[in-house]
Design a binder for this molecule. Sequence first.
Ligand SMILES: Cc1ncc(COP(=O)(O)O)c(C=O)c1O
Length: 391
Amino acid sequence: MDDRQRLDRATAHLEPPFAVLDMDALRANAAGMVRRARGKPIRVASKSIRCRAVLERVLDMDGFSGIMAFTLPEALWLASTGLRDVLVAYPTADRTALRALGSDEAAAREITVTVDSPEHLDLIESLRTPHPIRVCLDIDAGFTAFGGRFRAGALRSPVREPGQAAAIAADVVRRPGLRLAGLMAYEAQIAGVGDAVPGPYGGAVRWMQRRSRRELAVRRGRIVRAVRQVADLEFVNGGGTGSIEKTIAERAITEVAAGSGFFHPRLFDFYRGFTGRPAALFALPVVRRPSPEVVTVLGGGYPASGAAGPTRLPQPYLPHGLRYHPDEGAGEVQTPLLGEAAAGLRLGDRVWFRHAKAGELCERFPVLHLVEGDRVTEEVPTYRGEGMTFL
Ligand SMILES: Cc1ncc(COP(=O)(O)O)c(C=O)c1O
């Protein structure tokens, strides 16, 4: 039985649209990530999962420890359900949530928020909460060349050099309402950019990544040493799914973050260091045939975030050999699909898609159907299905 037959059989009782998680694929992907981390713990990026039941399951596996959350309300919610060690990896200006955090002893013990400037520290301190708030210092891990004319990497923190990092760490230590818990430096230009791309672009990416790794290993080590002279650090976090084995090779790194690797979405097909199995899929029904070589499925317009373009569209995955109409792409309520496989599809058949990114899929579906072999064994709510929309 091929994957399409297996998924069709497992879900024969369901009416599409719906989303599934292939648990064999998820476990194989998780095992691959743990192998690549060589004993350093992986903090699970919740934005790339967005389903509590799945988060709990992966945290039960060996090799994973702690959560990297994306908003403070999300972190408060997760902690209230018993999840521990939650790092909110993006700064917050949500005074209500910060007040709630600093007023709840258990939450204040388990949750860490991200800062990168004295303004963040002032905002937190101004709330005068009964319990000190744990903070993580975010460092710019981007790459620059040609005298700053070229830059790769996400625009995040303004803190880049050891002296700057030590100064803000000292500023945290001076404030009784804050505790410095950790340091984070996410190298998006390595972890999130595929290096297995043909042609000159691929060559340029690999050149940039080699140079960036060398530069970052030295700078990150210096930053960690400088900050450790000011305060103890419980953790030094870096990396993402695309860079696990590279990030953990640095002595200064105590843990790596990763999330996308579990679902292995389309954008993660282009890495030389690892392969994964598509674990999260959604099915759309064929609803009409505008012409003999075209079928139309219901819905489908679930583009991923980031700079818009064709790589952000879901991939028509099974049956193989389907593609979008160049004028229509993935539509709001209907999506025409062209290609050889279209001729063999009948009304009501499913077309299986992969999202370009990982967790955003769960904003479209209230539940994930968990597939074991050729059976759906469970249905678990996504964040959205639990009525939780954080972004
Ligand atoms: C701070 C941080 N760490 C790690 C990651 C990597 O997550 P993933 O493994 O899902 O690519 C991200 C993703 O954007 C991130 O923002």
